[in-house]
Design a protein around this ligand. Structure first.
Ligand SMILES: C[S@@+](CC[C@H](N)C(=O)[O-])C[C@H]1O[C@@H](n2cnc3c(N)ncnc32)[C@H](O)[C@@H]1O
Length: 291
């Protein structure tokens, strides 16, 4: 039997109530995103045309999306994309959903590029690219830069490439697959900035994570016994790739700054090690300069 036609306004209201019933904190915002996606509408259009009736197809999309959301599937995987700074990125299961705090890391890298004032084309290396959020934003927002994005995961590499192509960035972004710096020998001594948002959660904390985060790939989250495995290796290996005076940027866990600063300083390869906070005043970014 065909579903009774519903207006856009009614659909938002109903989806909000259903999502609230599932104790989702941002039920209204999520309902708007789902209904908007079903229609290909921006948020403002939903209210401009709130009396318009939904097609059966749109109504079916909303029903399925709300049910999946109530089942704990992250919204970005349901909708298949997520805005990150100026880009709309395809998101898929098995690849980490880009987070708002990572936008700050990009901002710091862009400021770092300005600060370096490299002669010629600056080269940025993004380790663990995921969807390509960091690397592609840098390429998009700093049109002189060339970026190498690398990840160990097949799905992440494919998605970075797909997002680079969708955003017309493949001419300045090289996508590689490998374990950290593996396969990047050609770039030794040529890199202006190394940036990474590596997996940084302690292995023992993974099972206690909120249900939704547990739907994201373990490979993108597991930072080893103390959460610092990737920082240790990158701090050790990055100096061979960075030019003298080049910059290293990390996203970090809120309680990891002191340890990572100590590893950087002890390495003897970095100076001017700085910690930056996120919007919630948590330590979130490390910046260091290669000696
Ligand atoms: C926290 S996610 C960050 C993804 C993306 N850069 C972002 O900020 O949204 C970490 C990424 O590191 C990748 N990764 C894990 N182990 C790696 C390794 N040994 N070498 C390269 N990349 C790795 C994961 O596949 C994942 O995409």
């Amino acid at each position: 039997m065909p579903l009774a036609a519903m207006t856009i306004g009614e659909a938002i209201k109903q989806a909000t109530l259903q999502l609230e019933g599932g104790s989702l904190i941002s039920a209204r915002v999520e309902a708007e995103r789902i209904v908007g996606e079903a229609l290909g509408f921006e948020r403002a259009d939903l209210y401009l045309y709130s009396e318009q009736e939904l097609t059966a197809g749109a109504q079916a999309f909303i029903t399925v999306a709300v049910a999946e959301r109530l089942g704990g599937r992250p919204l970005q995987y349901i909708l298949g994309h997520q805005c990150f700074r100026h880009l709309d990125l395809v998101c898929r299961e098995n690849v980490l959903i880009p987070r708002p705090e990572t936008e700050l890391l990009v901002e710091e890298v862009l400021a770092g590029l300005d600060d370096l004032r490299t002669l010629g084309v600056p080269l940025v290396l993004d380790i663990g690219s995921g969807t390509g959020a960091i690397s592609l934003s840098i390429a998009y927002e700093y049109s002189q830069a060339r970026v190498v994005a690398t990840d160990i995961s097949d799905e992440a590499v494919a998605l970075t490439r797909e997002n680079a192509a969708r955003n017309g960035l493949l001419d300045r972004v090289t996508v590689a697959q490998g374990d950290l710096f593996d396969g990047l020998q050609d770039y030794r001594g040529c890199v202006d900035i190394v940036v990474s948002n590596p997996p940084y959660i302690k292995t023992s904390d993974l099972d206690g994570l909120q249900g939704e985060v547990r739907r994201e790939p373990r490979l993108a989250l597991d930072g080893g016994e103390d959460g610092l495995d990737f920082y240790r290796v990158i701090i050790k290996e990055a100096p061979a790739f960075l030019k003298p005076g080049g910059l290293l940027f990390f996203e970090i866990g809120f309680d990891q700054a002191a340890d990572i600063v100590a590893i950087c300083e002890k390495s003897g390869s970095f100076k001017d090690v700085e910690v930056r906070k996120d919007y919630l005043e948590n330590d979130r970014i490390i910046k260091a300069r290669r000696i």
